[in-house]
Design a protein around this ligand. Structure first.
Ligand SMILES: *Cc1c(COP(=O)(O)O)cnc(C)c1O
Length: 403
């Protein structure tokens, strides 16, 4: 983590005074102010990830999917970067609407919607929706004048940690009939979308899906159906956890090559969530108590599986976790959460130095699918989120949002 921007921390150093400050110092200071458990959201990491993905996918409009980290500071940071947004629920619409996001920069991508969900999105001004079946298509008959659709296709992805093509998406074989039915109903399907699954191990599924979509786009034009001129390649871009992921530039290279063979004039968009959010949060918790059980130290933290570490269960993620400081020898230990449930164990075999009550433990890459799925089970309050390196408010005013 970069050791920059000390001046925006709540305990700003006096002007002209340059403190020699380690990351550990700053974490300790933030915990002293805000308490533990604490999630430190670094907006610089959001910017860095957005720019890295944009560099790796030039010309692709990146719609941040709010689901992994629906936090206002992430949205405003990305607004200032010129990002677009991928929304799935009325709650997400309310968040971006309250922050002044231009609805023209948003799409609604939940494949299954109630009529009220469609009306809420249209009332805000989102006009692009996603469908994957005939029933969902019929829901747009009353809104055919105002709404345009993307048809979500399914490309199964057994090697992704979270296979999103299992739950949603029509088969490529089913696409032509749905496109014909939409045309007959007077509903505009303007493009195709897919989501191969989160934390993809390789770009192979993205590439396969782009190629299949390119074929469907060409065949649709040849069949005399309305042109498909949008391709939404979804999310799934991976980050490093305990296991390293492919660097994003390498990951995207074959995707860029596949996109290059799309027919002229097709606008390409993507829906990254994890890639932008994951590196942005460092989780800090403290040791509440400890016990030697069967020759192994158990350390009980004030955050756990039911809190910020919920992604261990829901997202199958192994976060890099360590004590803030390490003195002396490490020995195999157990890191447990605070609740009275025995499933609430973060790691049952982790090499840790001897810790005392109050010592801090730090989880990295904790921005995506962590606090978003945290509960307050057993009345342990969710971790406080503190943001650092946020852009000052005046700077938002001058960013043009009309795209
Ligand atoms: C969850 C989700 C995303 C984000 O996926 P990541 O793997 O986190 O990038 C994007 N689009 C849709 C439709 C989603 O449901």
């Amino acid at each position: 983590m970069a050791l920059n921007n000390l001046e925006v921390l709540p305990t700003a150093t006096p002007v002209g005074y340059v403190a020699v400050d380690t990351e550990a110092d700053r974490i300790r200071r933030l915990v002293a102010i805000h308490g533990s458990p604490l999630l430190i959201l670094d907006c610089d990491a959001v910017r860095r990830q957005y720019r890295a993905l944009q560099d790796a996918l030039p010309g692709v409009d990146l719609h941040y999917a709010l689901k992994p980290l629906p936090h206002p500071a992430v949205v405003t940071t990305l607004m200032a970067e010129g990002a677009w947004f991928d929304l799935a629920t009325t709650g997400e619409i309310e968040m971006v609407s309250g922050l002044g996001v231009d609805p023209a920069r948003t799409i609604h991508t939940h494949p299954i919607k109630r009529d009220s969900d469609i009306r809420d999105a249209l009332a805000y001004g989102t006009t692009t929706f996603v469908v994957d079946n005939i029933d969902e298509l019929h829901k747009f008959v009353p809104y055919a004048q105002n709404a345009e659709l993307l048809l979500r296709l399914s490309f199964r992805s057994p090697d992704a940690k979270v296979d999103l093509s299992k739950k949603f998406g029509c088969t490529p074989e089913a696409a032509p009939a749905l496109l014909k039915q939409a045309a007959a109903l007077g509903i505009r399907i303007k493009g195709l979308s897919f989501h191969v699954g989160s934390q993809a191990a390789s770009p192979a599924k993205h590439v396969e899906a782009v190629r299949a979509c390119a074929r469907i786009i060409t065949e649709t034009a040849n069949a005399g159906l309305p042109d498909l001129d949008v391709l939404d390649i979804g999310g799934g871009f991976p980050v490093d956890y305990q296991e390293e992921a492919m660097p994003i530039e390498l990951f995207c290279q074959p995707i860029r090559e596949a996109l290059a063979v799309l027919p002229q004039g097709v606008r390409v968009i993507a829906e990254p969530g994890r890639f932008i959010a994951a590196p942005a949060i460092t989780a800090v918790s403290s040791v509440m108590g400890k016990a030697l059980r069967d020759g192994r130290w158990w350390y009980y933290l004030d955050d756990g599986i039911y809190g910020s570490y919920s992604g261990i269960l829901f997202d199958h993620t192994h976060y890099p976790v360590d004590s803030l400081e390490f003195f002396g020898e490490r020995s195999p230990s157990v890191l447990a959460g605070p609740t009275c449930d025995s499933i609430d164990v973060i790691d049952d075999n982790i090499m840790l130095p001897a810790l005392e009550c109050g010592d801090l433990v730090v989880g990295r890459m904790m921005g995506a699918y962590t606090s978003a799925s945290a509960t307050e089970f057993n009345f342990f309050r969710k971790a406080t989120i503190v943001t650092i390196n946020e852009v000052v408010a005046e700077e938002f005013e001058v960013i043009p949002l009309v795209g």
